[in-house]
Write a protein that binds this ligand. Structure first.
Ligand code: SAH
Ligand code: SF4
Length: 346
């Protein structure tokens, strides 16, 4: 049985063909404007509500709900219909509320420093499973308005290409979100970046670079062996040419690996030539990667060095480390082979 978020507007029309058209509108508003679960849409009669709730059950069952940063960061572990699990993180800031959604249960890319990569791949998410994470988080964020969606949770969004494209399209068309508020982060699947550029979707693209020489990048991001930096640059150039939107590079700072003066120069050359913004992420600890993150001082020095080299750079605020909700720490993949999720209560 599909969840209501799997349905397009036309599909809902067909499903509710026997109802008055304003009923369809009420259900649609409930789902997409008011972020309600079907059972909560009280504008429709109880019998219809119950019938729809049975027909279109939620695709996400909460199995863990934890918070940190004094409630400003909240992480859910959801069990999907087939039993696989994913994680979603909600982050409240002074000026915005952001949800970080998963696009896959696990990830097949195997980046060495990422807990999701260490755990391996279970399956692609469906479009409903992606967009329902947004609706769920928006409901939890109330009375604040959920303003931003970042595809930076578990999985590689461009490896689940059609679903990512359709999810962005629905968030734009059905939820009214614009490019500034929708960010897709990719490890650098060059041909998929090019296909994405051709879609003309309203989104900001973030590329996880982490190293600007092939030797180091091959070690951190195995996909680099397939699409090395030169190939990635071509894709980024095409993205810039066809979307004229700023690109950003993510760079997790790892002690002695990619935080050296040489690394800063390599990054500056690569980023400047693509007029990209650089987002530095202090490395978050994961069980399978024992190298330390750069010290706070090194992060500051690396940042100023990049600024001196003419790069537009920011440092990402660390959120949710104490609940394993920070970048790269999402790993609750339970399909029997993976490490079990730690069940904690709030
Ligand atoms: N698969 C996509 C999106 C999910 S990962 C991608 O790789 O871009 C989201 C971001 O977290 C990426 O930039 C990723 O490189 C970063 N990340 C992964 N592990 C991390 C860690 N241990 N510390 C800090 N950032 C990490
Ligand atoms: Fe996958 Fe992104 Fe983690 Fe790499 S960093 S393993 S692409 S989720």
């Amino acid at each position: 049985m599909p969840s209501a978020y799997e349905l397009t507007r036309d599909e809902l029309n067909v499903l509710l063909a026997k109802e008055a058209s304003y009923r369809v509108e009420q259900v649609w508003r409930g789902l997409w404007t008011d972020n309600q679960a079907i059972g909560e849409i009280t504008t429709i009669p109880k019998a219809l509500r119950q019938e729809l709730a049975a027909q279109l059950p939620s695709g996400l069952e909460v199995v863990n709900d934890v918070e940190s940063d004094r409630g400003a960061t909240r992480k859910w572990v959801f069990r999907l219909a087939d039993g696989s699990t994913i994680e979603t993180v909600l982050m409240a800031y002074d000026d915005r509320v952001t949800v970080c959604v998963s696009s896959q249960a696990g990830c097949a890319m195997g980046c060495t420093f990422c807990a999701t990569g260490q755990a391996g791949f279970t399956r692609h998410l469906t479009v409903g499973e992606v967009v329902e994470q947004v609706a769920f988080a928006a409901r939890a964020a109330a009375p604040r308005r959920l303003s931003n969606v970042v595809f930076m949770g578990m999985g590689e969004p461009l490896a689940n290409f059609n679903v990512t494209v359709e999810a962005v399209r629905r968030l734009h068309e059905y939820r009214g979100m614009s490019a500034r508020h929708l960010t897709v982060s990719t490890v650098g699947v060059a041909p998929a970046i090019e296909r994405l550029a051709a879609q003309g979707l309203p989104l900001t693209l973030a590329v996880s670079l982490h190293a600007a020489n092939n030797e180091t990048r091959n070690e951190l991001v195995p996909l680099n062996k397939r699409y090395p930096l030169e190939r990635l640059r071509e894709a980024c150039e095409l993205w810039l040419a066809s979307t004229s939107r700023r690109l950003s590079f993510e760079w997790a700072l790892i002690d002695g690996v990619n935080d050296t003066t040489t690394a800063a120069h390599e990054l500056a050359d690569y980023a400047r030539s693509l007029r990209a913004h650089v987002n530095l992420i202090p490395l978050n600890p994961t069980p399978g990667y024992l190298v330390m993150g750069s010290s706070a001082q090194r992060v500051r020095d690396f940042r100023s060095l990049l600024e001196d080299l003419g790069v537009n750079v920011t440092v990402r605020q660390t959120r949710g480390r104490s609940i394993d909700a920070a970048c790269g720490q999402l790993a609750s993949v339970t399909n029997g082979r993976r490490r079990p999720i730690a069940l904690r209560t709030r």
